[in-house]
Write a protein that binds this ligand. Structure first.
Ligand code: ZN
Length: 134
């Protein structure tokens, strides 16, 4: 299955946990794995506690690791000035695998699945969810 998410870009963080849980429930699969993937070279998927101060920390971490106000070689190529967006995506990666047990995602109590949009403009993102098992 797949679904679409509208983002504001600029390290927008969107909780997609309930959408993925719903996909697992609908699949009827009790034991297996769930792969979540977003096609795109300026997007990321990770897990984090969905707590506003921590989300702020995460955004600040991205600024420290790959500053958005620095000039990157890629910025000269297309004139998009989103070199930092691509580098963040490569670091975080745009896919994730989570085990499924007893028909549910195996996640910690405060562990949420989030989509990160690193691009420098609002985007429509399509998220693919593949569930394998029995
Ligand atoms: Zn680019």
């Amino acid at each position: 299955m797949r679904f679409t998410v509208s983002t504001r870009g600029f390290c927008d963080i969107i909780d997609i946990t309930s959408r993925i849980e719903e996909a697992v429930r609908k699949s009827g699969i009790k034991e297996g794995i769930c792969i979540v993937s977003c096609p795109g070279s300026t997007v990321g998927i990770t897990t984090i506690e969905n707590e506003p101060q921590l989300l702020k920390d995460f955004k600040e971490l991205m600024e420290k690791l790959v500053p958005s106000d620095k000039k990157y070689h890629h910025d000269d190529v297309w004139g998009e000035a989103n070199g930092f967006s691509h580098l963040r995506s490569s670091l975080i990666k745009p896919f994730l695998t989570v085990p499924v047990e007893n028909g549910k995602l195996v996640l910690g109590q405060w562990q949420n699945l989030v989509l990160l949009d690193f691009d420098n403009r609002p985007r429509e993102r399509e998220i693919f969810v593949k569930i394998f098992g029995k």
